[in-house]
Ligand binder design. Structure first.
Ligand code: 5GP
Ligand code: ZN
Length: 116
C-alpha cells in the first residue's frame, strides 16, 4: 500500500519527477535532490514501509534486493573499487527526515568515521 502524502510513494509511482537511475518491479533508485557526496543515490522500495523499525520477515528478500541494487549502482557509478557507504537512517536521532524507508548510496569521496 502507498500513502497519499508520502513523497517517495509519489516518486515510485512516477507522480512527481526524480532523476531515476534504476527501477525493478519492487524498487526504484534516484539521485538525492541534495547530494552529500559526488555519488548520492537513494534506493527505495515501492511498498510504503516507514523505517527499519517496521520491517519484518516478509521483507527479507526486498531488503536483500535493495543491497544488491545498490551494489550494482556502485559499480555503474564507478565507486565500487575506491569504496562507498550504504546508510539507513532510522528515527529522529539518526536524522531520518523522510519516513518511507530508503537506503543511501554514498561514494566518490573519502568518508569520515565515526559518522556525525
Ligand atoms: P533521510 O534524512 O530521511 O535519511 O534522507 C532523506 C533524503 O531524501 C535526504 O537526503 C533528502 O535530500 C532526500 N530527499 C528529500 N526529498 C526529496 C525529493 O523530493 N527528491 C529527491 N530526489 N530526494 C529527496
Ligand atoms: Zn511512502
Amino acid at each position: 500500500m502507498h500513502q497519499d502524502d508520502c513523497i517517495f510513494c509519489k516518486i515510485s509511482r512516477h507522480e512527481i519527477p526524480a532523476s531515476i537511475v534504476a527501477e525493478s518491479a519492487t524498487l526504484v533508485a534516484f539521485h538525492d535532490v541534495n547530494p552529500m557526496a559526488p555519488t548520492h543515490i537513494l534506493v527505495v522500495p515501492k511498498e510504503h514501509v516507514a523505517s527499519v523499525n517496521d520491517l519484518d520477515g516478509t521483507h527479507a528478500s526486498l531488503v536483500g534486493d535493495m543491497v544488491l541494487m545498490a551494489k550494482d549502482l556502485a559499480k555503474e557509478q564507478g565507486v565500487d573499487v575506491d569504496g562507498f557507504r550504504l546508510v539507513l537512517n532510522t528515527g529522529p536521532q539518526a536524522g531520518q527526515s523522510v519516513f518511507h524507508i530508503h537506503m543511501h548510496l554514498l561514494g566518490g569521496r573519502v568518508m569520515g568515521w565515526p559518522p556525525g
